[in-house]
Design a protein around this ligand. Sequence first.
Ligand SMILES: *Cc1c(COP(=O)(O)O)cnc(C)c1O
Length: 437
Amino acid sequence: MSGFDFFDYRNNELFCEQVKVKEIIEEVKTPTYIYSKNSILSHFAEIRDAFAEASPLICFSVKSNSNLSICRMLSDAGSGFDVVSGGELYRALKTGTGPDKIVFAGVGKTSEEITYALENNIFMFNVESQAELSNINRVANGLNKTARVALRINPDVDPNTHVKTTTGKKENKFGMDFVIAEQVIKNIANYKNIDLKGIHVHIGSPIYEPEPYVLVLEKVNEFLQKALDVKDKQKIEYINIGGGYCISYTGENVKRPSDFAAEIIPLVKKIGCKLIMEPGRFIVGNAGILVSKVIYTKTSTAGKKYIICDAAMNDLVRPSLYDAFHRTWPVNTEIPMPEVEIPGEGKDMGNGLEFVDIAGPVCESSDVLAKGRWFPGVKEGDLIAIFSTGAYGSTMSSNYNSRPRACEILVDGDNFSTLRKRETYEDLVVNEEEFLN
Ligand SMILES: *Cc1c(COP(=O)(O)O)cnc(C)c1O
């Protein structure tokens, strides 16, 4: 199971590091997110080491997994943070990280969020429009501060990923095109409370090849060489290449940070800027699983078989939202999980597998977590693991259908501990009860 290091089957039983998944669930019930601490830290170290030659500032993308303890762990390991809202900034600051390691992106930063960020002296805003730059300038002026900014460029490069997770094509809402960026830079002296420090690009995710990054950096280099005079170019001290570094969802080998670094670093050197990176998924994606319990199984007259489990689209929305593929397998099973499973290409291996859809209890047809899978026979009460859910799992969860959010557990060696407790029914109504009359 190349992709899911730190989660493996021993004697037909799924472990996270040295702990049996079943043992955790006996204590905390389901649905539950389980993370491996050593997986998170080893991924952070891997990307840091791969890019060491460029000594980047690594800003963990908080939206991929915003759990406070996980952010604290990464901050202790030397990570900064990439935030996209005031709420994420609040979380990042709570970890005790230095504000000089926080960068703030997003197309719709409000004046309140800008004020909050300036008061806390964050490192940099990644600015996505002229209107936003004017507003940051105005707010900074009111606070008698100078705002450090990078211009987020929309380079019109296709990262060849899902249309809903592509962010750097000209039809996407993110960033400004090169023509506008050039105008902004030429007029930067008019923004008295702005200190232009860099260029930012984040073109989407997951990205499986270095080429889109290379294309982007070549375009940025050309822009800096051709469009800007020496004085303006000197201001551009940082190049922030965003996130998007892939993980394996299928068990196949995919490119690693060292493969990306080999192509990216020479261009960063050529551009002559310091490097900032914003990985999210790569660090936490394969460091987490969602564990659920089978509630019922049912088969239609036409032979369609469903496994209904107690996790749903409110716990993990990626399959419903992006048709995302997450490998899924029983926690305890005599049938080994195949090394690799390609979406739509599972096979009946004649060992008792059944062709199923695995669905949750939410009242939506799109609440299917795993569609069309060859899966071992399971019965009510059996546990199943949904892999690669450490990123954009818990953070995208909701209370839809008034379902309390799952708890989050961290495994470290042979210990496990709670990072977020399961919500209760009382939690669901806490902000409404006082208005009940
Ligand atoms: C979401 C996001 C990231 C992280 O993307 P990953 O695929 O998780 O690495 C980085 N930067 C920005 C601006 C983002 O919006």
